[in-house]
Ligand binder design. Structure first.
Ligand SMILES: Cc1cc2nc3c(=O)[nH]c(=O)nc-3n(C[C@H](O)[C@H](O)[C@H](O)COP(=O)(O)O)c2cc1C
Length: 362
């Protein structure tokens, strides 16, 4: 079993797991093939859906890869607040000629069933978001030789991950696209500026834990990867940068919006899922973000038909366009080529820093 995440692949570049279709076997295989670490996103999938993707990825690459799991969420939904939001979204459903969704879907994301498959037929790496698994779960993965990574957004969460037996942490700065991995969602922190930028957080986590650290959030260029490596990260994890590649399964509307000058910036919002996630500011986010309740995954299920109908209608104003703060720098090029370009940029920056070239460890 590898002792460092850098033992898993040639370059210190991780393709972020992106649930909702962004990172499937094709993208992960392309990244693995180019010397990075590719990831499948099991979130929102059934256990069997996850397993089918694992089998497909194995048929495309023999390199190590990862699978990302959502931790089960304690239901904190205030039913009355969800019903008020349902009324506030009635106009959206009418506009897109659809119904609002049933909010009673599973809140555990089929966690136990997915664990059972991953223990039965182990994969090289498993990472977790929205919480930290128990020591028993992490020990069971260690027994079958799976390298485990827990995503964290504070130094305290990193200490909990180390204490529970994780092999590494993925430090997610507030710049990151998609959901914040926060272990306990606290609506009282909304709008307080409590979310930490990657560099500030990385410095704190590096001094709080001894296990390797992977850095994520707003990284789009090799020079930025060099910066996080210089700040003590072992690897860099990029989501938005890979979202724009042809191998990404993201909706074409979403891909185009990343660099469309109409979308000037991103915000954290609960509008689409009930949990803070960073997306391009569009009409839906602007109108409903201010009052969307803290009710994940109820709001995810509630808005699902509207998001699907907006995508079908080709309307970028009505669906979640997850993106990190660096989205304007997205490059539409094949994922394997993007890895090569990032490595060339990283090496150029390393020369400036007087560091050895990338790709030493295989
Ligand atoms: C479209 C999208 C979907 C995401 N889905 C997941 C996910 O399923 N699991 C996860 O751990 N992180 C997910 N993330 C967050 C990434 O792991 C990572 O933290 C983030 O992409 C880093 O910031 P960047 O997008 O600026 O590179 C997602 C990000 C995006 C953009």
């Amino acid at each position: 079993m590898p002792t460092a995440p850098t033992d898993l692949c040639r370059y210190p570049i991780v393709q972020a797991p992106m649930a909702g279709g962004g990172s499937g076997p094709e993208l992960a295989a392309a990244v693995c093939g180019a010397g990075g670490l590719g990831f499948l996103a099991a979130g929102y999938k059934t256990a069997d859906g996850m397993y089918q993707e694992i089998k497909q990825l194995r048929s495309l690459t023999d390199r190590p890869f990862g699978v990302n799991l959502f931790m089960p969420q304690p239901s904190q939904a205030d039913a009355a607040a969800v019903e008020v939001y349902r009324e506030q979204l009635a106009g959206e459903a009418a506009w897109y000629e659809t119904e609002l969704g049933d909010t009673d879907g599973p809140s555990d994301d089929n966690y136990e069933a997915k664990l059972a498959i991953l223990r039965e037929d182990p994969v090289p790496v498993v990472s977790f978001t929205f919480g930290c698994p128990s020591r028993a779960v992490l020990d069971a993965f260690a027994e079958v030789g799976t390298y485990t990574i827990v995503t964290v957004t504070t130094a305290t969460e990193a200490q909990a991950a180390q204490w529970s037996g994780a092999d590494a942490v993925c430090v997610q700065g507030v710049e990151a696209g998609g959901h914040q991995a926060t272990h306990r969602d606290d609506p009282y922190l909304d709008g307080t500026g409590a979310g930490m930028g990657l560099m500030a957080l990385l410095g704190q986590v590096r001094e709080a834990v001894q296990i390797p650290v992977i850095a994520a959030g707003g990284l789009m260029r090799g020079a930025q990867i060099a910066a996080v490596l210089a700040a003590g990260a072992s690897m860099a994890q990029l989501g938005t940068a890979f979202l724009a590649t042809p191998e990404s399964g993201a909706n074409p509307i979403h891909k185009q919006a990343l660099t469309n000058p109409l979308f000037t910036h991103t915000e954290l919002t609960r509008a689409f899922s009930g949990r803070p996630a960073r997306g391009l500011v569009n009409r839906f986010l602007r109108e409903h973000g201010p009052y969307a309740p803290a009710a994940y995954p109820a709001i995810h299920y509630l808005t699902s038909p509207v998001r699907k109908a907006a995508a079908k209608a080709g309307d970028a104003q009505g669906l979640n366009l997850w993106a990190g703060q660096g989205h304007r720098l997205a490059r539409e090029m094949p994922a394997g080529h993007l890895v090569e370009v990032l490595v060339a940029e990283l090496d150029a920056a390393r020369v400036v820093l007087g560091l050895p070239a990338a790709g030493g460890a295989v």
